[in-house]
Design a protein around this ligand. Structure first.
Ligand code: PRX
Length: 665
């Protein structure tokens, strides 16, 4: 650390521009540092050193201290068969027990676990005791449907309390869950049900979105139609929007009929540490999403520890994460991390919308939220609309602001700190992924001086680095691949049903000369001269649109499945609000005409194949695509064209150079 570190005063010369120009660094507020668990960089560095010197006692001590075990583990880490790690072998635990039961013997029994606010303004509150009761009933209902240990249950739900209850109920009986984001299409749901061999689906008649009720159950019916998913035996349906809903007798059951009458006692199943906890699909470089597998104890420990560290959680905190439970952020930081720590977690069904542009700030004021965790896209959208909306609300309850999902530009970081946090709240920029289970690189609010736009340092126990193609560390400020050198408890264990893909995508992409295994995240990054990490975004064929991860090949296969398209190439283009937007180049079948109607049809087609978030923002037609002689599309060229830039670099491998001129024209 160098002498440029200083804390910011409330002096009016601290305009966003001047702060950015001077590259200021913000020290943690003293009051916060004084009572923080990790209150300065010396404590942090000691933890880092301890983890390095003796990882087994570092992780073993934490696991024993932070989680309840039905049976103690015999071994901390088994890394004898890399890249397949086994953590806490021999131990038995249950994450539903750690999130609920263990708090019931303490003063937290009557503390609020979940505060839920529906889009129309209806509120439901659950103490730990009440949530436990609901989860036990739901768990018994699942058992009544014949679901037991090891059976995969898919969730396709709006943001209602039953989504969290269903996750905890599955975990309680040892049935792994596979949550499919409610914005995905019936097609995408079907693929995930088939891949996971799901035995049941939990859904709702619909949910509220942008002041309208939107049905959901018909998509489940479509996904299951024509016997497409024979493994699915039952569908449990929560009534949320009270719309007439077709129910297939014998298969479909209403939640309020089946769950309400169940016993409120259901002991948590002792699970082996490495038993599957959930599968969550995410996009990669191929056309098929990957089922990321997380297991019981390691994931529980990592979600628990990271939540405790990055937010330095306090008993009185009211914490709100705006993510959807359909993504990993919702899993780790709406449900498992907060509840495992006995915190109060707020869940919101809605989003800011024209009728309520201040929806977020209103909720912060109403529930006196102290920790707020959201995405850079949302921050940029608010920033564009100016401070007049947030300025109408009292947000003095806030003490910490978090961000996740995509790189945050320094301007948005500063705006967040100044306008939402009143210049008083540290901004916690957390870098991580579905695969990592929990946060990996992030400031610690009481210890880490922050720089706008940097996720700062790896958490204790995380050996992150930026390397070249041979796995060697690059020099400060040189760009490279972001990697993790050692296993950590929350790491994904495999790709569901595809060990080869797990090896190749993450562990064999970069192989250092000493033959060791290092985890490659798919992101590019640089470390500055002070050791701060600056994540620069994906280096593979994945686009990050508003924090949603989409594979270019997934969108390309959706486009070519339309009868008018013979070939398609999809690239990302920088977007001021969304981070990246989707640009598609299509070659049409002969006799097809490229016009506005077709563009609309193609966008709708991608929407129904994957979901509205995957619809291209711009579709261009081209007689041919730039390819190498071996037939590989040269995306680098398309990326430059989409960005309106000159095509630079070597184009000598292009099969047909005239394609370039046509694309430019
Ligand atoms: O590219 C990185 C970006 O989001 C990717 C992970 O996406 P997903 O698995 O959907 O998980 C999102 C929520 C954890 C990463 O590979 N990303 C996430 N957080 C950040 C980020 N990029 C820069 N800074 C971040 N804080």
């Amino acid at each position: 650390m160098n002498g440029r570190l200083f804390s910011m005063s409330s002096d009016s010369s601290n305009t966003i521009e001047s702060v950015l120009q001077e590259q200021r660094v913000f020290l943690p507020p003293k009051a916060l540092a004084d009572k923080a668990r990790i209150g300065n960089l010396t404590v942090y560095k000691d933890m880092v050193q301890k983890a390095k010197d003796d990882p087994d006692s570092f992780w073993g001590d934490l696991a024993r201290k932070e989680l309840k075990w039905f049976k103690p583990f015999d071994r901390v880490l088994d890394w004898s068969n890399p890249p397949f790690a086994r953590w806490f072998d021999g131990g038995q635990t249950n994450i539903s027990f750690n999130c609920l039961d263990r708090h019931l013997e303490t003063s937290r029994a009557d503390k609020e676990a979940l505060i839920w606010e529906g889009e129309p303004g209806d509120v439901r509150r659950f103490t730990y005791k009440e949530l436990h009761l609901e989860v036990c009933r739901a768990a018994n209902a699942l058992k009544a449907l014949g679901i037991g240990k090891g059976d995969l249950v898919a969730l396709y739900m709006p943001m209602i309390p039953e989504a969290a209850i269903a996750m905890l109920a599955c975990a309680r009986i040892g049935a792994p869950h596979s949550v499919v984001f409610g914005g995905f299409s019936a097609e995408a749901l079907r693929d995930r049900l088939i891949d996971g061999n799901a035995k049941a689906v939990i859904t709702a008649d619909g949910g509220f979105r942008k002041d309208k009720s939107v049905p959901l159950k018909p998509a489940v019916d479509a996904a299951l139609g024509n016997g497409a998913c024979p493994s699915v035996q039952s569908v449990l349906v929560v009534q949320r929007i009270n719309t007439p809903t077709a129910m297939q007798s014998g298969r479909d059951h209403w939640w309020h009929e089946l769950v309400t009458d169940q016993s409120s006692e259901c002991s948590a199943e002792p699970m082996e540490s490495e038993d599957r906890l959930f599968v969550l699909y995410t996009s990669g470089s191929t056309g098929k999403p990957k089922g990321v597998v997380h297991t019981t104890a390691g994931y529980n420990l990592w979600a628990h520890l990271t939540f405790k560290w990055i937010f330095d959680i306090r008993e009185e905190d009211i914490y709100w994460c705006t993510a959807d439970v359909g993504w990993i952020t919702g899993h780790s930081y709406i449900v498992y991390g907060p509840l495992s720590n006995g915190a109060t977690s707020v869940m919101y069904e809605g989003a800011p919308r024209p009728s309520k542009p201040g929806a977020f700030w209103e909720l912060i004021q109403k529930h006196k939220i102290s920790i707020f965790y959201t995405a850079p896209t949302a921050i940029r959208a608010f920033m564009k609309n100016g401070r007049s909306v947030p300025d109408q609300f009292d947000m003095s309850s806030l003490r910490l602001l978090g961000t996740v999902g995509e790189p945050i530009n320094p301007e948005a970081w500063m705006w967040y700190r100044e306008v939402i946090g009143g210049g008083l709240c540290p901004v916690i920029d957390t870098w991580w992924q579905t695969e990592t289970g929990g946060v990996m690189i992030s400031p610690l609010p009481g210890a880490t001086p922050t720089k706008p736009g940097s996720a700062t340092f790896p958490l204790p126990g995380i050996d992150a680095d930026v390397v070249d193609a041979n796995g060697n560390s690059v020099k400060p400020n040189e760009g490279g691949y972001l990697v993790i050198r050692d296993p950590w408890p929350g790491m994904m264990r495999t790709v569901h049903g595809n060990e080869q893909r797990f090896r190749e995508s993450y562990w064999e992409y970069l192989r250092p000369s000493d033959g060791s295994y290092i985890y490659f995240a798919g992101d590019g990054a640089r470390c500055d001269e002070d050791g701060y990490f600056w994540v620069m975004g994906r280096v593979d064929d994945v686009i990050n649109v508003s924090g949603h991860r989409l594979g270019t090949m997934e969108i390309e296969s959706a486009l070519v499945s339309h009868p008018a398209v013979s070939e398609a190439a999809v690239v990302g283009r920088q977007d001021e609000l969304k981070g990246e937007s989707i640009v598609a180049f299509v070659t049409l079948e002969s006799g097809r005409e490229f016009n506005d109607q077709l563009v609309q049809d193609l966008r709708a087609h991608v929407g129904s194949e994957i979901g509205p978030i995957a619809r291209p923002d711009l579709i261009k037609s081209s007689d041919a695509l730039p390819k190498t002689r071996s037939g590989k599309i040269m995306r680098r060229i398309l990326r430059a064209l989409a960005a309106g830039k000159e095509v630079s670099g070597d184009t000598s491998t292009l099969e047909d150079r005239s394609v370039l001129d046509k694309l430019r024209g």
